[in-house]
Write a protein that binds this ligand. Structure first.
Ligand SMILES: Nc1ncnc2c1ncn2[C@@H]1O[C@H](COP(=O)(O)OP(=O)(O)O)[C@@H](O)[C@H]1O
Ligand SMILES: [Mg+2]
Length: 324
């Protein structure tokens, strides 16, 4: 998106030019705090600071009668599932709305099937329809490289062409974000050089470390008005470390944490139902018991810890030390 910064005395973001209404609103402050609360993600936080500052300064420049330069805000998000890409995109939309960069700030999240049709002309129609829905906000395309699969004859190509044209037509009222695994995104941009130059902002979403995952879990419990006992926290750490070492490459992320948190809340509920009298304290407390076996049979690695195999023990130790 090309953003032209200016003043909007009335409502923000009528078509035909985006205007900044100032960056001091309470809503914006609250949203920036929400962003700040997210664990890690420093490059994202930096970027928002930069854009906020830019908007402010362009406004001041305009007051002095200086030229204000448009800014393209289309983005590429690279990272494994559960690393916060959708969460950040949703928040960016709301922040950009408050900054006066977008008129609506909503997020339309789509994937290949939402864009690609089954016969000639169908794809263009479907893709345009999604773009129309996203006007004033963000169109977020997950696993964007899947549009390029299937070669020249595939309708995915048509979707890409329509998107590129749409980016131009709606340059002042739509931000496009292409997201997906790092390697696949890089290959996609490599093989579609025309696309790369249209996306000036690239953000990487690295896998979270175990301490970051624990902080994310604590944040999630806190939001739901639960808290962990000291022993429960240790148990969570043990679970996450083992996941980081032996789990599937893409499991060790925030989505797994959310599943653990929700499962622990259900286990706590079962435990509490056994009791006749419940205190407020008990209703809020997650104990070690609520976390033990929280991943179920799905990943039972207890046997590993009793195993007397020096090479495995060694590997376990090395990984264990590296995991934080
Ligand atoms: N840095 C973070 N801090 C707190 N919660 C996070 C963070 N990153 C992700 N989450 C949470 O993890 C879950 C999965 O994140 P999501 O944005 O859907 O990942 P992705 O889109 O990369 O697959 C969401 O519930 C989200 O709120
Ligand atoms: Mg997502």
């Amino acid at each position: 998106m090309q953003v032209k910064i200016g003043f909007a005395p009335g409502k923000v973001g009528n078509r035909g030019g985006l205007r900044a209404t100032g960056t001091s609103s309470q809503k914006l402050e609250a949203l920036l705090q929400e962003l700040d609360r997210l664990v890690g993600l420093l490059p994202v936080k930096e970027l928002i600071k930069e854009i906020g500052a830019y908007v402010e300064i362009q406004k001041r420049r305009q007051e002095e009668g200086l030229v204000s330069s448009p800014m393209a805000l289309h983005m590429i998000f690279k990272g494994n599932p559960g690393t916060g890409k959708s969460t950040v995109a949703r928040l960016l939309g709301r922040i950009f709305k408050e900054m006066g960069i977008l008129s609506q700030g909503h997020l339309v999240e789509v994937e290949r099937a939402d864009l690609v049709g089954e016969y000639i002309g169908h794809t263009a129609h479907k893709t345009r329809e999604q773009m129309r829905k996203a006007l004033g906000g963000i169109l977020f395309i997950d696993e964007a490289y899947s549009l390029a699969r299937g070669g020249e004859r595939d309708f995915g190509r048509e979707a890409i062409d329509v998107l590129v044209k749409g980016m131009e037509d709606h340059r002042d009222n739509l931000i496009l974000i292409l997201a997906g695994y790092k390697e696949e995104m890089e290959y996609f941009l490599e093989t579609n050089p025309g696309l790369r130059s249209r996306f000036p902002i690239h953000l990487e979403f690295p896998d979270y470390s175990v301490p970051e995952l624990i902080s994310i879990a604590e944040l999630m419990f806190q939001d739901r008005q639960y808290y962990l006992t000291v022993e429960a926290r240790l148990e969570l750490e043990r679970i996450l470390r083992r996941e980081a070492i032996f789990g599937h490459r893409y499991n060790g992320n925030a989505r797994l944490v959310r599943n653990i948190v929700e499962k622990a809340m259900r286990k706590q509920a079962l435990r509490l139902l056994q009791k006749t009298h419940l205190t407020r304290e008990e209703l809020m407390t997650i104990t070690k018991e609520d976390l033990v076996g929280v991943l179920g049979n799905y990943r039972n690695l207890d046997w590993l810890e009793t195993l007397d195999k020096p090479h495995l023990k060694e590997r376990f130790q090395i990984c264990y030390n590296n995991a934080s």
